[in-house]
Design a protein around this ligand. Structure first.
Ligand code: AMP
Length: 395
């Protein structure tokens, strides 16, 4: 994997596809700059090696040139973060972009306007990609969050740089860290798969069964497994068309010697609400009309015991409706157990679902070995897929 560290960028104008798709508030101010921060290592590397950066990104899903999706709104924040005045071009192709690029000097950063102002971007249009490619001497992809999309700036553009293309530091580190789970994981390897639905995680579970020793299944999806094995789940979330799939996964896990841990008790509620009445019930004997919204104390203890014995841990998806304080305890306890295992030397990766939001909400992110920056992209990597943005750099 060739990265920006392996290249001399002296006097080169480098097109860097970044993922600056950051949330903005009603005053159009950046509310979470994590994604801008994450691009620092790549950008600094290029500038220090004598190059200049032409940053390509999308922001949101604009319908035409809607001002609220203009990347102009992030210039101030990006300038503060990089410590260099970020210049801006009002368009990502055409005369405005060309002129800004021709004025760019080594050590400078130029941000081009939202790529998705052109539908050609998401359509993966070859001509649009070629126009973008003409702006720079070299192509770097550091946009992990969109690496699973075959868009013009993430994938199609790479063919115009047969020699002059490489991985950005963020993209490279996402790949290296997921490898530590999927291929190089030290045993015992434990995967915690939670979240709402089994259907969105089936391929992930099937792909990791060969690698892991323990599988903790939590959250809403656990109830499809519990019902499939004869439990009474009351009015909990269930996918009745996935009962056979759940049994099939349990059978495959057994064949591959993977120990499966389902919640033994839950916090059940009489409505899906922060104001609901709650009770602690066995996970397979939930009264009619009640729904399991969090893992219970006995489950939390059991999950923590497995985690503390693990050397490699993957966490994908919360084990309860953590957005509501009343049902956050299971997810917090789980995160704390992973933090403790990590402090004791285990490798932990959080990614591919709402568990990233959970570790951030409960201030656990810095206690994990690696927190992925890409939801959908990480999920597809865990599914064993080769992402088009990564493939394009290797061709
Ligand atoms: P995912 O994006 O697949 O990781 O799913 C995350 C969502 O699953 C979160 O919004 C949680 O609120 C939700 N969730 C977790 N546990 C449950 C549960 N027991 N019942 C309903 N939803 C749940």
């Amino acid at each position: 994997m060739k990265t920006v560290k392996d290249v001399n960028f002296n006097n080169k104008k480098v097109l860097v596809r970044v993922d600056f798709n950051v949330p903005l508030n009603d005053n159009l101010e950046v509310t979470d700059a994590t994604r801008i921060e994450a691009a620092k290592p790549t950008i600094f590397n290029i500038l220090e090696s004598g190059g200049s950066c032409i940053l390509l990104s999308h922001l949101g899903r604009p319908k035409g040139k809607e001002d609220k999706f203009s990347l102009r709104h992030i210039i101030n924040r990006a300038t503060k973060i990089f410590g260099v005045q970020v210049k801006f071009a009002e368009d990502c192709i055409g005369p405005a972009a060309e002129e800004a690029v021709s004025n760019l000097k080594p050590g400078e950063i130029l941000l081009l306007e939202n790529l998705r102002y052109y539908t050609e971007e998401t359509e993966g249009d070859r001509d649009f990609a070629e126009k973008l490619s003409k702006l720079g001497d070299y192509y770097v992809n550091d946009a992990f969050g969109t690496a699973h999309r075959a868009h013009a700036s993430t994938t199609v553009i790479a063919q115009f740089f047969p020699e002059n293309k490489c991985f950005g530091m963020l993209l490279a580190s996402e790949i290296e860290n997921v490898k530590k789970i999927l291929t190089d994981g030290q045993s015992p390897v434990t995967a915690i798969i939670g979240g709402a639905k089994v259907s969105s995680k089936i391929t992930v579970i099937e792909n990791i069964l060969d690698t892991i020793d323990h599988l903790i299944i939590g959250g809403g999806m656990a109830f499809t497994f519990i019902k499939a094995t004869g439990g009474n789940i009351g009015s909990s979330l269930v996918e009745d068309d996935k009962l056979d799939t759940a049994l099939d996964i349990l059978e495959k896990a057994k064949e591959k010697n993977v120990q499966v841990h389902l919640p033994v008790d839950v916090i059940a509620a009489d409505s899906f609400s922060e104001f609901a009445n709650t009770t602690n019930e066995p996970a397979d004997a939930i009264p009619e009309g009640w729904l399991g919204l969090d893992s219970g104390p006995r489950s939390n203890e059991q999950f923590a015991n497995v985690i503390l014995k693990s050397k490699t841990i993957l966490w994908n998806g919360p084990v309860g409706v953590f957005e509501m304080e009343k049902f956050a305890e299971g997810t917090i306890k789980l995160g704390e157990a992973i933090a403790e295992a990590t402090a004791n030397g285990a490798f932990s990766l959080v990614g591919g679902g709402d568990s990233v939001a959970a570790v951030q909400k409960f201030n656990l992110a810095t206690h994990m070995s690696y927190v992925s920056t890409g939801g959908g992209a990480m999920l597809e990597m865990l599914e064993g897929k080769t992402l088009p943005g990564i493939q394009a750099l290797l061709e």
